[in-house]
Design a protein around this ligand. Structure first.
Ligand SMILES: Nc1nc2c(ncn2[C@@H]2O[C@H](COP(=O)(O)OP(=O)(O)OP(=O)(O)O)[C@@H](O)[C@H]2O)c(=O)[nH]1
Ligand SMILES: [Mg+2]
Length: 376
């Protein structure tokens, strides 16, 4: 062994400077060279790469100037679960609120694989080439488990992914659907304040996220496939009744004719459904997201919707009602959390549940018992 601790074993003794290899001095840090949180800040001066902390006013100003870096930081702040960040995030939002609301918010749903992301990329591409600025968001309550599928889309949405006129934000991972919904809604407001005038929101996974996205969008699109069968597509009448337009995607190649037939069928079926938006009759269309066919027609439908509901006042009323519902939803969620996390409830709930399951205790009496415990 050499006495020189910096000489690797393969360098001959006395190899001197002629060898490019030598072991560098280490840094006081973890195995990856990044200072750990334990050593960080202890007697060392701050890294020159550390970003200066911005005040809520600075963040809001950056968003209003469409500074993409600051836009990302403002969104990260509203996505934070740290209680310390909540007040700051709300300060930012309060400043931005007067600058929000000028976009059209389009929700896009449909079973996995129907082509939502492809459709968003095609519509987004059409829109940026027609002078719009587009923000793409997603609501994926499972993203904390799956890693977020739209994250892959960000690289897949090649035509819009790196364009300045477009901003793509993967679904926040927030645990509960309520948490994800709050974050997406606030992100949407921040994007509007930054000047994005079309917001496209993709639902990921089948389940409750449809109604959540519906509750934050002006126009709700349901994408479907021809010949897949309603049960297979997991489409319930209720979801069709939420839609302002129904689109049969993948109307290309051999699938063109079946898609047209499916469109006719759905068009007939929709006569029997409740309209999703007052004063608007939802229709069925076909498109090929991959071939950019039928996209412009759908955009025209969305503009027509905005015009008609704007004139009748339904558009604004809808948004006002959505804001109110949002408050109620958050109160519900907060109260539910207070209840389910209450130590006495945590302690007694399993026993009471068992009594109800065993039919020893009637459900109503169980509720009364739980509320009495909760109210102490
Ligand atoms: N032939 C054809 N294929 C399409 C069309 N649109 C999407 N696809 C294909 O369908 C597959 C699924 O498309 P995505 O856009 O990822 O579908 P998605 O609905 O976003 O799927 P999830 O995010 O997993 O729910 C991909 O292989 C696309 O290339 C279309 O218009 N025609
Ligand atoms: Mg997708």
């Amino acid at each position: 062994m050499s006495n020189d601790p910096k000489r690797p074993s393969w360098v001959p003794e006395g190899g001197g400077e002629g060898f490019a290899c030598s072991v560098m001095d280490g840094v006081a840090a973890g195995h990856d060279g990044i200072r750990s949180y334990k050593t960080a800040g202890k007697g060392k001066k701050k890294s020159k790469y550390a970003r200066p902390k911005l005040t809520p006013a600075q963040l809001a100003e950056g968003v209003l100037n469409t500074d993409r870096g600051i836009l990302g930081r403002a969104i990260t702040l509203v996505e934070s679960n740290l209680p310390a960040h909540t007040d700051e995030a709300q300060d930012v939002l309060k400043t931005l609120l007067p600058h929000t609301g000028k976009s059209i918010r389009v929700g896009i749903t449909g079973v996995p694989g129907v082509g939502k992301s492809t459709f968003i990329e095609s519509l987004g591409y059409f829109l940026i080439n027609n002078g719009y600025k587009v923000a793409v968001l997603a609501v994926d309550p499972s993203s904390s488990k799956s890693g977020g599928s739209i994250l892959g889309d960000k690289t897949r949405m090649e035509r819009i992914g790196r364009d300045e006129r477009c901003f793509i934000r993967p679904s926040p991972s927030g645990g509960t659907l309520g948490g994800v919904a709050r974050k997406t809604r606030e992100t949407m407001l921040i994007c509007e304040a930054a000047g994005f005038d079309v917001i496209l929101i993709e639902t990921v996974g089948v389940g409750q996220s449809e109604t959540t996205v519906r509750s934050m969008s002006d126009f709700f699109l349901l994408l479907m496939l021809a010949g897949a069968g309603d049960e297979l597509q997991g489409i319930k009448k209720g979801i069709m009744e939420l839609a302002d337009a129904l689109i049969i995607n993948k109307a290309d190649g051999d699938n063109k004719r079946p898609a047209e037939m499916a469109r006719n069928e759905y068009e007939r079926a929709m006569h029997y459904l409740q309209p999703s938006t007052e004063g608007w009759i939802s229709h069925a269309f076909t498109c090929s997201a991959i071939k950019d066919k039928g996209i412009e027609e759908i955009w025209k439908v969305i503009l027509k919707f905005k015009e008609i509901t704007g004139e009748s006042g339904v558009f604004d009323n809808h948004r006002r009602q959505q804001n109110i519902n949002w408050v109620h939803d958050m109160v519900d969620e907060h109260l539910r959390n207070l209840f389910t996390r209450h130590p006495k409830i945590v302690e007694t709930l399993p026993g009471i549940e068992k009594e109800v399951a065993d039919e020893v205790l009637p459900a109503v009496a169980a509720v009364q018992k739980l509320i009495n415990i909760f109210e102490g």
